[in-house]
Design a protein around this ligand. Structure first.
Ligand code: HEM
Length: 319
């Protein structure tokens, strides 16, 4: 159709193509097969060595892709460093002192640049790294479509408004994900990511001290590590049972109120998403399949393709 073939596209057609989602149809799993055949293996070994050094890094790298894609699409905008005359997304409130893994991406990118200069985009690296991280921690695999290009801009304002905060109600969560085209069920599957990784005390202090829906024993032990003031950066595992294993334990924790982010417990609080939590809790295969499909969908959010954007040589700065 004209979205794929026409080189001269009037704005109205571009808009139609965008609405039909055909931009993502131009991504392809074989995009680097001839231009950089070792790309996927370079990325996988970079992820595996980072995760074997520190298992939590797999969680941090998965989250990096989410915080990239929800802010004007999967375009590696999150990787741009601030400079004297440019303010990127790294210091926006959902990211500052929280997002990790930039150095892992740098290492992978420099290996790719020495093998195939200016070929593999930072946005594609993030998408493949997220998949390989989940696999490294025992989660499902999926095919990543490739051919995303890198932004030449970033938006701290969009980072602040597009990434949902942990204070949201269930309705707020549903509408934040619906704004990006996800159903409530897909949202529940994606939030199953909180079966790995850690959160800082500052992210859950209010839930811990002001609400009474955390399992009492868990609350006591969390308070020892997260005082009512101070200790902002003290970490607790999001899944207290198996924080380095990508399984469905998160959903079992929700059923027994053994989670501590306000937004997480909202998924199982007598509302419309309880049924999805119950289904994923009792069937880890369904969770993993739905999670993988939702990750493919997330990775296809508004990619830059064709001649839009660029292939950055250094993920931290535009060429
Ligand atoms: C409503 C949506 C979400 C909210 C409110 C939320 C909130 C949070 C918060 C507050 C943290 C702890 C950050 C810190 O303390 O520094 C966190 C960690 C994490 N989030 Fe989410 N998140 C959401 C959705 C997602 C999604 C969709 C994914 C992945 C697809 C994801 C993956 C993770 C991972 C893996 C971690 C642990 C990171 C690490 O250990 O470095 N989150 N999230």
């Amino acid at each position: 159709m004209a979205c794929e073939s026409s080189s001269v596209r009037p704005t109205s057609l571009l808009l139609l193509c965008f609405l039909l989602g055909t931009a993502s149809a131009q991504l392809s799993s074989t995009f680097y097969s001839t231009s950089c055949p070792s790309a996927l293996s370079i990325i996988k070994s970079g992820v595996n060595s980072a995760v074997s050094r520190e298992a939590r890094m797999g969680a941090s790298l998965l989250r990096l892709h989410f915080h990239d894609c929800f802010v004007n699409g999967c375009d590696a905008s999150i990787l741009l460093d601030d400079t004297a005359n440019f303010t990127g997304e790294k210091n926006a409130s959902p990211n500052a002192n929280s997002i990790r893994g930039y150095e892992v991406i740098d290492t992978i990118k420099s290996q790719l640049e020495s093998k195939c200069p200016s070929i593999v985009s930072c946005a594609d690296i993030l998408a493949v790294v997220a998949r390989d991280s989940v696999v490294a921690l025992g989660g499902p695999s999926w095919t990543v479509s490739l051919g995303r290009r890198d932004s030449t801009t970033a938006s701290p304002r969009a980072a602040n408004s597009s990434i949902p905060p942990p204070t949201l109600s269930l309705n707020g969560l549903i509408s934040a994900f619906s704004n990006k085209g996800f159903t409530a069920k897909e949202m529940v599957a994606l939030l199953g990511s909180h079966t790995i990784g850690h959160a800082r005390c500052t992210a859950f202090r209010a839930q811990l001290y002001d609400e009474n829906n955390i399992n009492a024993m868990l609350a006591t032990s969390l308070k020892a590590n997260c005082p009512s003031s101070g200790g902002d950066n003290n970490l607790s595992p999001l899944d207290i049972t198996s924080p380095t294993s990508f399984d469905n334990a998160f959903f079992k924790n929700l059923q027994t109120q053994k989670v501590f982010l306000h937004s997480d417990q909202q998924l199982f609080s007598g509302g419309s998403t309880d049924a999805h939590v119950n289904a994923y809790s009792s069937d880890s295969g369904t969770f993993k399949t739905d999670f993988a499909n939702a990750m493919v969908k997330m990775g296809n959010l508004s990619p830059l393709i064709g001649s839009s954007g660029q292939i950055r040589k250094n993920c931290r700065k535009i060429n």
